[in-house]
Structures are given as structure tokens and as C-alpha cells.
Design a protein. Structure first.
Length: 282
């Protein structure tokens, strides 16, 4: 990836993070920490990798994306708005009773959402079904699914992992957001699922560990996933929960709460400083 494109993707990802904060703040609730940690990968998928069309969200040959950790919908909504699926101003209606932007993604109401998700573990299973359907029909679309690290404690995740390997779903790529924190604390203390790389390999997956905030590493990982044949791929993405907002980074308390007015302005200032730094790069 050349430096100009990488810089532009970082600009977009920063705007996505602003949209996350604006939405959660306006709602007075939501999940900012895990939304911020996946913003870079989500930006890469929707602006660089996936075959999607905001003017035709349901086109049959589109690539599919499933947000298995559905509580991080603020990030998906922000990316979709940034990509042009619906107006960016709508992000401020998050979780309102009259809004289509529910706390978890709704495929019937939101353009660009391929699967309704909520209960952890269900999304990756749905992604497996999409991938198998495409294989049976001889389609060339790819299926991507974003998992949470706490979600990997769910037994259904491992049933899906076994299913995907058994059917050799090599056009399925799962991304596991390893930020190390879930709602009750550090993942390894709540219910230690590690070593995740070895476990997925044992289930028959190709595993690629990366830095979730390095666009060159992200690009290389998705290229490797697409080149892998005969087995599904897991991108094990080491991330920072709350990435980009100084007081949220690596803090479990920001898993599922909104900032008040003072901290909202602090978050926006943090992201504005990042934007300014990007523009000053030579």
C-alpha cells in the first residue's frame, strides 16, 4: 500500500471514530470501546476490500459482512454512513425509539447490513451459512465476519469453526478483535480462551496474527486470506480497546457506556488532534 492511500484510510478511520463517539454520546448509551478498536479494519474492508455498492446494497454478487459482535454496531453504522449507505447525520439517532439504528444491527431496516446480530456466537454461524450457500451456488462473493475476543468463549463459535473447516469454506474470513477486555474485565481472567491461534489451527483454519491498527499489515492479511485455498481464514487482530480516545484506551469501563458532555468533548478533541497530526505528515 502506498503512503498516500494509507494516509487516506487513516483519515477515514478517524472520521469513523468520530461518528462512533457522536452516536454513543447522542444515545446516552452504547458500546464505544470495542467499536473504536475495530475501526481500522472496518475502514479497510469497506473502503478498500469489499465489493459493495451503496446505491444497490442488496446486489446479489456483493461481498457479505457479518458483525458477530453485534454490540459494536456504532462502528458498523459509522462506516456505512461514511461509505454513503445513509446520511451521516443519522448516526445521532442511535438507539432512539423512532430510529432504524438499533443497539444491534437490523438487516431489515438498515441498508448495508447483511445480517441481524445480537446474541454472541450467532453471527459467525450465519456467516458460515452464507459462505456455504455461495459455494453450493458457485458464486464468487466472499464472506467476512467480525468476532469479539470475549465472544470466543461461546461454544457456538467453535461449532461454527468446525463447520467452516469441514466444508472447506475458503471464501470465509473471520476477524477476531483481540483487545483483551470484555464487559467483566480481562478476557483471560473471565474465561481464558487462549491460545486462540493454536485452537483455530487445530480446528482446521488458516490463522494470520496482525496489528489491528497497521494498514499495511491489514492489507497483507486480507490478501493472504484470499489466496488461501481449501480452508477458512482467521485474522487474529491485536487491537487497543477504545483506540483513539485517550481515556478510553485499554479501560474496561468503556466497554458499554457513553461519555458525559465533558468527556464527549475530550474524546472529540483527541480525535481532532489525530486528524491534525495526519494532515501535518510530510
Amino acid at each position: 500500500m502506498n503512503k498516500l492511500r494509507e494516509r487516506e484510510l487513516r483519515r477515514i478511520a478517524n472520521r469513523v471514530r468520530v461518528g462512533i463517539i457522536e452516536g454513543v454520546y447522542a444515545a446516552g448509551c452504547g458500546h464505544p470501546g470495542g467499536s473504536l478498536s475495530i475501526a481500522d479494519i472496518m475502514t479497510y474492508l469497506y473502503f478498500e476490500k469489499m465489493r459493495v455498492d451503496p446505491e444497490n446494497p442488496g446486489m446479489p454478487d456483493r461481498d457479505r459482512f457479518v458483525l458477530s459482535k453485534g454490540h459494536t454496531a456504532p462502528c458498523l453504522y459509522s462506516v456505512l454512513a461514511e461509505r454513503g449507505f445513509f446520511p451521516r447525520e443519522e448516526l445521532k439517532t442511535l438507539r432512539r425509539i423512532d430510529s432504524r439504528l438499533q443497539g444491534h444491527p437490523d438487516m431489515k431496516g438498515v441498508p448495508g447490513v447483511d445480517m441481524s446480530t445480537g446474541s454472541l456466537g450467532l453471527g459467525i454461524s450465519a456467516a458460515c451459512g452464507m459462505a456455504l450457500s455461495g459455494k453450493i451456488d458457485g458464486k464468487d462473493y466472499r464472506v467476512y465476519a467480525m468476532l469479539g475476543d470475549g465472544e470466543s468463549e461461546e461454544g457456538q463459535v467453535w461449532e461454527a469453526a468446525m463447520f467452516a473447516a469441514h466444508y472447506k469454506l475458503d471464501h470465509l474470513c473471520a476477524i477476531l478483535d483481540w483487545n483483551g477486555l470484555q464487559i467483566d474485565g480481562p478476557v483471560v481472567e473471565v474465561m481464558n480462551p487462549t491460545p486462540l491461534d493454536e485452537k483455530f489451527r487445530a480446528f482446521g483454519w488458516h490463522v494470520i496474527p496482525i496489528d489491528a491498527h497497521d494498514f499495511s499489515a491489514i492489507e497483507a492479511a486480507f490478501a493472504e486470506a484470499e489466496a488461501t485455498k481449501g480452508q477458512p481464514t482467521l485474522i487474529l487482530a491485536k487491537s487497543i480497546k477504545g483506540k483513539g480516545v485517550s481515556y478510553m484506551e485499554n479501560e474496561c469501563e468503556w466497554h458499554g457506556k457513553a461519555p458525559g458532555e465533558e468527556l464527549y468533548h475530550k474524546a472529540i478533541a483527541d480525535l481532532a488532534a489525530i486528524a491534525e497530526a495526519i494532515e501535518k505528515e510530510v
